[in-house]
Ligand binder design. Structure first.
Ligand SMILES: *Cc1c(COP(=O)(O)O)cnc(C)c1O
Length: 427
């Protein structure tokens, strides 16, 4: 069920009219639905429970980079979520939001020494390591601190996620993960390092996957590796399948999370029964988009209607700096008028005020709109605010979270003075 729907001709977030939010908080503003977030997280948590998993045998580590607002992290943490981070900054966010470092896993190809120290000082659950040089650096940093770093190796299973090349990460020729053929050698290196504790294996093959077949294929490959390593005396305690489940942007039909997890657990249970006397292995997930993507919209106001020679433009007060996905991936976002109208529609490109031709949010949309109308850019909860910038010295949008008929401001709109507060003149 969508938590953004028309009530009496007015688009609402849960029970709150979006026009009321624009009036109170201005625009552009990111609007999230608390109920949608809870529902989307619960799809994972409930499926884990249904398939006999508890906190010892499963953990959902929400991917912080998809939406890292403290209120979002705090809400998910209270629901029992762990966190997948890709920087020291994200760890500090998780801690500020009250998240448990014991449920944090640290992904990414370029962890600095300082980031390793920070994560080790908080005893995070696991580092997802992506190369042999990273293993050596982590071993050295842990040794200096008199600690042992828990490590999972991110394997590149070389399966085609069949998604956009920019968000596909599981094929041979991209920068992520350890090549499948090098896995055994790399585990041997890891197992021999005194300050590394080898605990798991992980992969993340891409994003916006509509079908779970590539994920299940990747799991088959990880299972094979776990058994091979077992025979060598390297025993892994967890399997982390990454994130990547897609959402509906434009008549997309993503696999239901419950169905995907049912197939995944059936596969894992059959394997454990056959080869390991039914002994469980902990299963980790790193979902981002499927939890927040459709839990948020970007609310924006039409500034001008401009009739060009071949095209009509709706110039709105949100821009590529607020929502980068269209400019970066030619991503499609639905555009809904906040007030339903019976006036004659025209075809518009919805564009922002930024001085770039790439600054567009939607193209060729039928809209019945005029200056001053509000629009909702749909499915903007993931990789929206977190990818935003201050290009053109535009303060970032405000963020609010709706709970029924209540609206909570969870990030103030940036003022221009905030944007140059860290800068200084020459002496
Ligand atoms: C971005 C990312 C995720 C989340 O991906 P979604 O497609 O948003 O679910 C998970 N794991 C890693 C390592 C990532 O980089």
């Amino acid at each position: 069920m969508s938590h953004f729907s028309y009530q009496d001709g007015v688009l609402c977030a849960e029970n709150t009219p979006l026009a009321q939010i624009a009036q109170q908080f201005g625009s552009p503003t990111y609007v999230y639905s608390k109920a949608a977030l809870v529902e989307n997280f619960s799809a994972y948590a409930d499926a884990c429970k249904q398939h006999g998993r508890n906190d010892e045998t499963s953990l959902v580590c929400y991917s912080v980079k998809s939406n890292s607002n403290l209120a979002v992290l705090n809400l998910l943490g209270k629901l029992g979520s762990g966190f997948d981070i890709v920087s020291g900054g994200e760890l500090l966010r998780v801690l500020a939001a009250g998240g448990s470092p014991r449920k944090v896993i640290f992904s990414g190809v370029g962890k600095s020494r300082e980031e390793m120290q920070l994560a080790l000082s908080h005893d995070i659950l696991c580092f997802n390591v992506e190369s042999i040089p990273e293993l050596h650096r982590l071993n050295a940093v842990a040794a200096e601190m008199g600690k042992k770093a828990a490590v999972s190796l991110r394997v590149n299973p070389n399966v085609d996620a069949k998604t956009h090349p920019y968000i596909s990460t599981g094929l041979k020729d991209n920068k992520f993960g350890i090549a499948y053929e090098d896995t055994l050698t790399t585990y041997r290196v890891a197992a021999a390092l005194p300050n590394i504790d080898v605990v798991g294996i992980d992969c993340h093959i891409g994003s916006q996957l509509l079908d779970d077949a590539p994920l299940l294929e990747a799991v088959d490959k990880l299972i094979e590796l776990i058994d091979t390593l077992d025979a060598e005396g390297i025993h892994l305690h967890h399997l982390d399948i990454g994130g990547g489940i897609g959402i509906n942007y434009d008549n997309d039909q993503p696999v239901a999370v419950g169905d995907y997890l049912a197939r995944l657990f059936a596969k894992i249970d059959a394997w454990r029964k056959q080869k390991h006397g039914g002994a469980p292995i902990k299963v980790l997930f790193e979902p981002g988009r499927s939890i927040v993507g459709n839990a948020g919209i970007l609310l924006t106001e039409v500034q001008y209607i401009k009739h060009g020679e071949t095209k009509n433009f709706a110039i709105v007060d949100a821009a590529m700096n607020d929502l980068m996905r269209p400019a970066m991936y030619e991503a499609w976002h639905g555009v809904l008028p906040v007030k339903q109208s019976t006036a004659a529609a025209a075809t518009y490109d919805v564009v922002g005020p930024v001085c770039e031709s790439g600054d567009w949010l939607a193209r060729s949309r039928e809209l019945a709109i005029e200056e001053g109308d509000l629009l909702a850019i749909m499915s903007a909860g993931a990789y929206g605010m977190t990818m935003s910038s201050n290009y053109n010295t535009r303060g970032r949008a405000a963020e609010v979270m709706v709970e029924g008929d209540k609206v909570h401001l969870i990030r103030k709109r940036e003022a221009a003075s905030d944007l140059f507060a860290l800068e200084s003149l020459l002496p």
